[in-house]
Design a protein around this ligand. Structure first.
Ligand code: NAD
Length: 296
């Protein structure tokens, strides 16, 4: 069993750290929030007094932080950079969703110091983090991926080697941009059908069995009460927040600009989610974007 330093115990990181504990690993945890730290300590984690304490002597360091600036600060540019204390034999796994350029920069800086840093963002939301069924998209060398896999297996179900450093973040940006387009398009079609007198449950079933079939229709219908157990049937509470989708679409737009990749559908979806967020819906599940159509 390994000793794992886990930094960032929020909605995602907390349950991920608990799954590592359940698998028998020793977890030295740290978060700026005492409440988040207490939750993991109550499950058997060691509450470290600082990120440096959590990372010192660890075989693996896992981070789950809000954005690139937090990741770069933690490891490299902050007041107490973890690169100064992490062992050369350790593997750093950053599962935060951040821009690929920062992931590649931090990884290169790690390499220069003889350290090993990989990007491994996730899909599957808080439900997947709790259930241990996340999908991991990993940017790493073959050897780094092989070393990370048994640890990622404790927190996820589908572990993909996307490519070299940064590839995990690129895959994540592509996936979430597509997801936003699918949800907006599904909402658009369902709203038009409803405005023309169709029952959304009947229309959903027709499109699901036809060429419009997609993930939103299959498991995440945006119209309330068409499907049980989804955020739309629960006042758009829980699930994946509009704020987070907006953040991810920002990362996708950066990537498109850097790589000169045209993303007209992605930028249209970003405008829709931006408008939806500006109307005070940032805390709702992203399938609530259908309200934009219904309200207009
Ligand atoms: P969150 O805000 O709930 O958790 C972030 C945690 O990081 C907080 O507890 C905060 O106190 C802590 N933190 C920030 N800076 C720190 C530092 N320097 N040292 C220690 N702790 C620090 O966010 P979350 O929902 O858990 O998301 C984490 C990451 O996962 C984000 O990059 C997000 O985009 C990504 N993600 C989230 C979801 C989701 O559904 N919530 C799904 C997939 C990916």
């Amino acid at each position: 069993m390994a000793t794992i330093g886990f930094i960032g115990l929020g909605n995602m990181g907390g349950p991920m750290a608990i799954n590592l504990l359940k698998a028998g690993h020793e977890v030295n945890a740290f978060d700026l929030s005492q409440a988040a730290l207490d939750t993991v300590a109550a499950e058997g984690g060691h509450a470290a007094a600082s990120a440096v304490e959590a990372a010192t002597g660890a075989d693996f360091i896992v981070s789950m932080l809000p954005a690139g600036v937090h990741v770069e600060g933690l490891y490299q540019t902050g007041a107490a950079p973890l690169f100064d204390v992490i062992s050369k034999d350790a593997l750093i796994i950053d599962s935060s969703t951040i821009d690929a350029a920062t992931a590649q920069r931090v990884s290169a800086a790690a390499n220069e110091r003889g350290l090993s840093f990989i990007d491994a963002p996730v899909s599957g939301g808080v439900g997947g983090a709790v259930a241990g069924t996340l999908a991991f998209m990993v940017g790493a060398t073959e050897a780094q991926f092989a070393k990370a896999k048994p640890i990622l297996d404790c927190m996820g179900k589908n572990i993909f080697h996307a490519g070299q450093s940064g590839a995990g973040q690129i895959a994540k940006a592509c996936n979430n941009m597509l997801l936003s387009i699918l949800m907006a398009g599904t909402s658009e079609a369902l709203n038009m059908g409803m405005k023309n007198g169709l029952d959304p449950a009947v229309l959903s079933e027709i499109m699901k069995q036809s060429s419009g079939n997609n993930w939103a229709l299959q498991v995440y219908n945006p119209v309330p009460d068409v499907m049980a157990g989804v955020p739309s049937s629960n006042g758009y509470q829980g699930g994946f927040q509009v704020d987070l989708m907006f953040k991810d679409l920002g990362l996708a737009m950066e990537l498109s600009q850097q790589s000169n990749s045209p993303v007209p559908m992605g930028s249209a979806a970003r405008s829709l989610f931006s408008l939806h967020k500006s109307k005070g819906n940032g805390g709702l599940d992203f399938s609530s974007v259908i309200k934009l159509y219904q309200d207009s």
